[in-house]
Design a protein. Structure first.
Length: 77
């Protein structure tokens, strides 16, 4: 299913789009991505991970969210 921006729902927002979110939203998204990475790790260890490239994508998405969150935190304080 596509969102209003034309992206698939599973695709991560760009850093520019993430900068528009509040710090609380970014923290929530980071928690969701950590949970997804945990699930990916379990699937990988049990041999049921269908697409190993998704794990890399999720790691990069988490890094992107944490980077924007750090930038927002430093800008406020």
């Amino acid at each position: 299913m596509k969102t209003a921006s034309g992206r698939m729902e599973s695709e991560m927002a760009t850093a520019k789009e993430l900068k528009e979110l509040s710090a609380d939203d970014l923290k929530q998204r980071a928690a969701e991505l950590r949970e997804t990475l945990f699930q990916d790790q379990l699937k990988r260890r049990t041999g049921s991970l269908d697409n190993p490239a998704e794990r890399t994508t999720h790691r990069r998405d988490l890094a992107r969210v944490l980077t924007v969150l750090t930038q927002k935190t430093k800008a406020q304080g």
